[in-house]
Design a binder for this molecule. Sequence first.
Ligand SMILES: Cc1cc2nc3c(=O)[nH]c(=O)nc-3n(C[C@H](O)[C@H](O)[C@H](O)COP(=O)(O)OP(=O)(O)OC[C@H]3O[C@@H](n4cnc5c(N)ncnc54)[C@H](O)[C@@H]3O)c2cc1C
Length: 499
Amino acid sequence: MSDRQTKTDVILIGAGIMSATLGALLKELVPEWNIKVFEKLAKPGEESSNEWNNAGTGHAALCELNYTNEKPDGSIDISKAIKINEQFQVSKQFWSYLVNRKLITNPQEFIKALPHMSLVQGESNVTFLKKRFEALSNNPLFQGMEYSDNPEKLEEWIPLIMNGRTSKDPIAATKIDSGTDVNFGALTRMLFDHLKNNKVEVHYKHSVKDIKRTSDGSWEVKVLDMDSGKMEHHTSKFVFIGGGGGSLPLLQKTGIPESKHIGGFPVSGLFMVCKNPKVIEQHHAKVYGKAKVGAPPMSVPHLDTRFINGKKALLFGPFAGFSPKFLKTGSNLDLIRSVKPNNILTMLAAGVKEMALTKYLIQQVLLSNEKRMEELREFIPNAKLEDWEIVVAGQRVQVIKDTEAGKGTLQFGTEVVSATDGSVAALLGASPGASTAVHVMLEVLEKCFPQHIKEWEPKIKEMIPSFGVSLSGNPDLFKDIDKSTSQTLGLSKKEPVNS
Ligand SMILES: Cc1cc2nc3c(=O)[nH]c(=O)nc-3n(C[C@H](O)[C@H](O)[C@H](O)COP(=O)(O)OP(=O)(O)OC[C@H]3O[C@@H](n4cnc5c(N)ncnc54)[C@H](O)[C@@H]3O)c2cc1C
């Protein structure tokens, strides 16, 4: 029996970066709406959005090679890179707006300038990187990118990676100083502080168990208060399912037609974390390599300087792996429970198609520390086992759905699934992830509140001046926006390598 029944305008499920962003946008657009948040953990930003659970890359396609594919004619397709970069510019603009309005403070606690680099070895990879550099560096969004295949230059850029390197294979890198490291955990906590200060009711240790349509078209959300053990019923006109990996099971509970024929494929992650301050100090960049053959795009190895708890850190990974859990704090039964009569064929088709991926992930889980060290030594030839420890990262649940490419196709992107009447929306998938949170939450608003978008547009443009405009096609506007966001977010200064 419920002991509590309440009505509200908006319910946000989950206290990660996505709900935080949607809540913050709505607070600016319609401050009078009542918003409630239910989070099953004790604090915000504890799952994938936590700083130790993701790689903290402000994904802007500055260094990630999987966003620029080589076409059959040998040219490089940069359209995806432009799209991702533009989406990150949207995030930076909204964060700058919040800082300028003093709705969040101390941006240096969540974002820092950090060079983004791509590093490759071997002749064909070097040729690819050079072509990629030439294709990107003509575009205003990628201005300032440098390329070098000169070992002396590379030694200057990445001493830790070049020291002790004996291979005679050609090696090359690109470097761009406008990259960032983002502490999405810190940002999520700041946004939730802001929401709480602005009359948003945030209920921690409240687990959502069910979501049902009511006779008037609203949604009734059944929530377990984990401290008292009592069940509560909250109704709302709009529900956003921002449960991260836990979104799919909640979406399935709504029963909307759009929730059918979708499955989830969980991929776990591990990072190696450096414990030696002398080694940490010798590196100052995010250096992305090329994914191994058969590896999923999200397991591209990278060596990253990070800024966590006010300290510089050095992380390598992520090593992908298989775990049936949908959340790091989830259950081993998550995957099996997500198989329903309507998605079993989709899931089975994916199982057959993705045998190689499953095999790869299982092999990754079975890697010994020594094998992981071998992969690390491809980046840091002199790496010592005693300087590194393992931390478990977050879970990424990739979407499986039927597409033009066939039944049971694994998707590596982020997807907003919403009811046709816009009364409920869920965010599935995790890539490019938190970096594009603002763009994706604007998509939620456009899909779910089409009747309000026109009236909201002036405010959205005030917050995000590039809304609806291609920055890549408007170099002057990009220059202005980049200058002002960099100033507001404190991204203009460079930090030297301390080698
Ligand atoms: C290894 C790894 C590396 C990554 N690297 C990057 C990167 O470098 N850059 C980048 O931009 N993105 C990266 N990502 C992706 C990024 O972390 C995610 O896209 C983002 O954090 C997702 O935010 P979210 O709010 O959707 O989910 P989460 O942060 O996972 O939040 C979901 C919340 O919902 C809660 N919840 C779930 N079910 C329920 C329920 N039934 N009731 C109540 N609460 C519930 C959970 O407890 C959790 O707090 C990475 C992810 C991983 C795992």
